[in-house]
Ligand binder design. Structure first.
Ligand SMILES: Nc1nc2c(ncn2[C@@H]2O[C@H](COP(=O)(O)OP(=O)(O)OP(=O)(O)O)[C@@H](O)[C@H]2O)c(=O)[nH]1
Ligand SMILES: [Mg+2]
Length: 494
């Protein structure tokens, strides 16, 4: 592990950041989450609301009127693509919601002129803060543990997981191919490529919509960024490696070399050059999707989040903490798309999300002031209503389901509005997790698995953004976006 060199480089980077921060203070906000969690929509809505004077009553600097000017600026890092803020709202992909996919890291700078709340700060602070918003796939964070694993350990963990549960049927083809190829056979590019492709197909299968199993490393196999097809991505773990070392010239040796290259040239640089420089972090979680898909998806998500959280407190892992100086001091775990629920369920979603990360947070000693959990909707696509159902008032949400969504067998075309009763989240989150663990605290019999509650979450189209006649864009409606901003940024604008 070349941690000494890494350390020195990071120290240099941080020093440069600090030095330029004296002239123009900046805070680097990382926005991440597994694919489709809502990163792009979150950033777009946050920026849009800042730029267009959106309703942000809980974000104190805005509420108190201390922010005088907000503007987009060229972002300072030449090697990182700019986040296309203008794109998601101008050109929505037909049918499928709001934005294209986050394929790689991107960055956007918003600069705020403000008046500090305290007289002393007013004297000394330049009254200007740049917020560098960095969007990157959460899948990449799952790679961190690889830095501590050699090829044998990586193969063993990956194969073990591939043989359990639903994954067993998805991985069959890849594992069969791997044992036919044989680890000690002579290396050749063709079989390396076929194996890598088969392995990638297995990872993709886990991720497919109807399964929603969370992603396993290597993160770039599903989110290759600009590395698609390069040798560093053309490898596969191998099952049942014999004892000893890889014979020279074998497939095994080739895979091992590429795996190490992946760590050196892909994983390490990401953590060193990007991750280590973040100050604040929001992790977006599509908890509703996992709840909707059932128990295996839920415990899978819990596991993935534990791996993600471990990145934020490397202190528990001594070799890791030497890889980057700790800098992120606030982490927000946010369950997205809360607008799919009636507001009565928002607090429940929050509790479920808190439960999803509680064990992991405890394990890495991260509960407390630096960590918060909330349920939010970056964009509110629904409104609430009450309908009369057999004499009972039933709380429903009204919106336009995206094309192809089904409710009770009825298919929607993306134009028609409907009211649905999304179902109730359980008041006690343990109900879901007991079910996920396959055991119950309340019932004595081991067979009596509590059923998952009947839930029905539909994906809705975003609201149309209307413009006033003066050409002024209306603010994007949201749920608790301002609360998230206050936690992540409020103190930096105090
Ligand atoms: N109703 C609603 N839908 C949302 C919200 N945020 C995201 N979505 C939906 O989720 C989809 C994915 O959101 P994105 O912001 O593209 O997610 P992402 O994390 O950037 O996804 P990738 O870049 O593909 O990894 C969108 O197309 C929306 O349909 C929200 O606050 N409310
Ligand atoms: Mg995205």
């Amino acid at each position: 592990m070349s941690s000494f060199k890494d350390d020195a480089l990071i120290a240099l980077d941080n020093l440069a950041d600090r030095a330029s921060g004296l002239v123009n203070p900046a805070v680097r906000l990382g926005v991440t989450g597994l694919s489709r969690a809502g990163k792009t929509v979150f950033i777009s809505s946050l920026v849009h609301n800042l730029l267009n004077g959106g309703r942000l009553p809980v974000f104190e600097p805005i509420r108190s009127g201390r922010v005088s000017k907000v503007r987009l600026e060229p972002q300072p890092d030449d090697a990182v693509p700019r986040f296309q803020y203008e794109r998601p709202y101008r050109r929505p992909r037909p049918g499928s919601g709001m934005a294209g996919s986050t394929r790689a890291i991107s960055q956007l700078r918003v600069t705020l002129d403000y008046e500090s709340a305290s007289g002393w700060n007013r004297m000394f602070s330049p009254g200007r803060l740049s917020i560098d918003i960095v969007d990157y796939p959460g899948e990449w964070l799952l790679d961190l543990p690889l830095l501590a694993q050699d090829f044998r350990q990586f193969s063993e963990t990956t194969v073990q997981r591939a043989r359990a549960g639903t994954r067993a049927s998805l991985s069959r083809e890849w594992l069969a191919l791997a044992s036919v190829s044989g680890a000690t056979a002579a290396a050749d590019e063709g079989s390396a490529r076929r194996l890598a492709e088969s392995f990638t197909a297995y990872l993709q299968g886990c991720k497919a919509d109807d399964r929603s199993l969370s992603t396993l490393p290597p993160g770039r196999f599903l989110m290759p960024g600009d590395l698609e097809g390069s040798p560093a991505l053309t490898f596969s773990p191998l099952p049942d490696l014999p004892a000893g070392r890889a014979p020279k010239g074998s497939l095994w040796a080739m895979m091992e070399r590429r795996y190490e290259a992946y760590k050196t040239h892909v994983v390490s640089p990401f953590f060193r050059e990007h991750f280590a420089r973040l100050d604040r972090q929001i992790v977006l979680v599509d908890a509703l999707q996992a709840i909707n898909r059932g128990q295996e998806a839920l415990s899978d998500l819990e596991q993935a989040l534990a791996d993600v959280l471990a990145c934020f407190r490397p202190g528990t892992n001594s070799w890791l903490s030497s890889l980057f100086t700790r800098r992120i001091d606030r982490v927000l775990i946010a369950a997205t798309k809360a607008d799919h629920l009636h507001h009565e369920s928002h607090d429940r979603l929050e509790r479920i999300t808190a439960r999803l990360v509680s064990r992991a947070a405890e394990r890495i000693g991260m509960s407390g002031a630096g960590l918060d959990v909330m349920a939010l909707a970056s964009v509110r696509a629904t409104r609430e209503a009450t309908v009369n159902h057999d004499g009972h008032a039933l709380p429903v949400i009204v919106g336009t389901p995206i094309a192809g969504e089904r409710i009770n067998g009825e298919m929607f075309d993306g134009e028609r509005k409907t009211a649905i009763f999304p179902g109730d989240l359980p008041q006690d989150p343990e109900v879901l997790f007991e079910a996920a663990d396959g055991r119950s605290r309340t019932s004595k019999s081991a067979e009596a698995k509590p059923a998952m509650p009947e839930l029905n979450f539909v994906r809705f189209r975003p609201p149309h953004l209307e413009e006033t006649r003066g050409g002024l864009k209306l603010s994007v409606p949201h749920i608790r976006l301002d609360r998230a901003m206050q936690f992540l940024l409020g103190d930096r604008l105090a």
